[in-house]
Design a protein around this ligand. Structure first.
Ligand code: FAD
Length: 291
């Protein structure tokens, strides 16, 4: 397939980007890595009047620590995230998740923020952003605003940005050294999108789980934070009995889709298995950090 005709603008500043988006009156599209957008344009699933390239805007390609948060700029590629020492040391769960993202060629171009904006319900970085209480920084000619990750994902491939806004960076929480974490994904082949995935973090306080975060992807229209599971695990020891309770809660509450790749029932059972492994590993890591 060939794309429908479009204009192309290589922006040099954040202001140029926001002015171009505003002038395009909803017909403009940002291109970052192009790894998801170009196939959609080639299939004419999207037909932007103008493509606004942010790759030459200075200041958007860095990863930096701000207090207990990490800021990832809009043109930080997956490969940068995968190899950055700050990511590896301060958010090891993101470092681990990166091993599951696509293949080398895609990781060389695709961006963290582009993946979050694309909002694929089976993509790793949207789940990481939700799990780590991400803050999405958006700019437009009207100024800038911060959107909590919990308010960003509106459906499969749908986010809550206004048509004239673009994401300049995303902040995610770092993990304290005593945090236990686990990322468990199942895909048919390495680099494929997940059939289901669990990501969790927890700490030990007085011998029981505290500050529990539990997220999933591949089992809904968006990445999910499962407050019911978090409440169930909080204040308890991770035992065989608790894992049974979590698996049965997931079986009762998840409503995944059936598609070409797996049935809803298969995904529900997979979710329970992955949850057991993830919580056990996170508990073990948290326990080991106190040794
Ligand atoms: P683009 O393709 O440039 O843009 C995607 C969308 O986001 C567009 O609508 C664009 O307008 C918008 N956008 C981009 N940046 C911004 C911004 N700063 N502000 C506002 N809107 C913006 N991903 C996974 O997570 N896991 C996988 O296993 C995986 N496998 C893949 C396999 C293949 C073969 C391919 C081609 C892709 C795969 N991907 C996978 C997707 C890949 O991670 C993409 O890089 C990512 O989804 C989009 O990032 P991008 O920078 O390429 O965004």
């Amino acid at each position: 397939m060939k794309p429908a005709p479009f204009k192309y603008l290589r922006a040099r500043t954040v202001d140029e980007v926001t002015e171009a988006l505003s002038a395009a009156s909803g017909e403009g599209k940002i291109i970052a890595g192009g790894q998801s957008l170009m196939p959609m344009i080639n299939f004419r699933l999207v037909k932007p009047a103008v493509l606004i390239d942010i790759n030459n805007v200075p200041g958007l390609a860095s990863i930096g620590l701000e207090g207990d948060r990490l800021r990832l700029g809009a043109t930080v590629r997956h490969r940068m995230t995968a190899t950055d020492p700050l990511v590896r040391d301060r958010v090891p769960i993101v470092h681990e998740a990166m091993h599951h993202v696509a293949h080398l060629t895609v990781r060389n171009r695709g961006t963290f923020c582009g993946s979050v904006c694309h909002a694929d319900p089976a993509a790793e970085m949207p789940l990481m952003t939700l799990l780590l209480d991400g803050k999405i920084e958006a700019a437009s000619v009207r100024g800038s605003r911060t959107i909590a990750a919990a308010d960003f994902f509106a459906g499969a491939l749908v986010n809550t940005l206004e048509p004239d806004e673009f994401v300049t960076s995303i902040l995610i929480d770092t993990l304290s050294p005593d945090t236990g974490w686990a990322f468990k994904e199942f895909a048919k082949r390495h680099g494929d999108f997940a059939l289901a995935c669990v990501a969790t973090t927890l700490r030990l306080r007085d011998g029981v789980a505290a500050d529990v975060r539990f997220g999933m992807m591949g089992v809904g229209e968006t990445p999910l934070r499962l407050g019911g599971v978090e409440a169930l695990v909080e204040g308890r020891q991770v035992s065989a009995e608790l894992l049974d309770e979590v698996a049965s809660l997931l079986a009762d509450t998840l409503e995944p889709n059936t598609d070409l790749h797996a049935s809803a029932d298969y995904r529900r059972r997979l979710a329970g298995k992955l949850a057991r492994r993830a919580l056990s590993d996170a508990w073990r890591r948290a326990s080991a950090s106190g040794d």
